[in-house]
Design a protein around this ligand. Structure first.
Ligand code: RB5
Length: 142
């Protein structure tokens, strides 16, 4: 994946900014839809914006960060063609790509430390969908 849309609320702002720098340093094109300050904001608005970028093919994938990652994952998974995975370590991040073809990664900025988060993101963006029997199961969800 080359172009990634990313968004956060205030609870995920610090981690989101770290990830923007990391992904840019690793050659990714980033669409940062905010937030851009520590003011309290509503995570569904940012989830919807990132999902829209993915659904309209402006981005190949998205990353959403809030305090726990839970609100973002609930909001993102309301979109039928979005498969959002909330991950706290790299094994589930890898499996969410290989088996679930997750097109959104959700993270909890108040849950994972920066090194774990970078490991999760690095794994997620570099893992391909396995296809095969997993595609049949995804077809059952659409
Ligand atoms: C904001 O305080 C917090 O509720 C939000 O970032 C997120 O954790 C919601 O799921």
């Amino acid at each position: 994946m080359n172009t990634i849309a990313i968004g956060s609320d205030h609870g995920g702002l610090e981690l989101k900014n770290l990830l923007v720098d990391f992904l840019k340093e690793n050659g990714k094109k980033i669409i940062d839809i905010g937030c851009h300050s520590a003011d309290s904001v509503d995570y569904p608005e940012f989830a919807d914006e990132v999902c829209k970028k993915v659904l309209e093919s402006d981005a190949e994938a998205g990353i959403l960060v809030c305090g726990t990652g839970i609100g973002m994952s609930i909001a993102a998974n309301r979109h039928r063609a979005i498969r959002a995975a909330l991950c706290h370590e790299s094994f589930t991040a890898r499996m969410s790509r290989e088996h679930n073809n997750a097109n959104i990664l959700c993270l909890g900025g108040r849950v994972v430390g920066s090194e774990i988060a970078l490991d999760i993101v690095n794994t997620w963006v570099n893992t391909q969908f396995s296809g095969g029997r997993h595609q049949r199961r995804l077809d059952m969800l659409s």
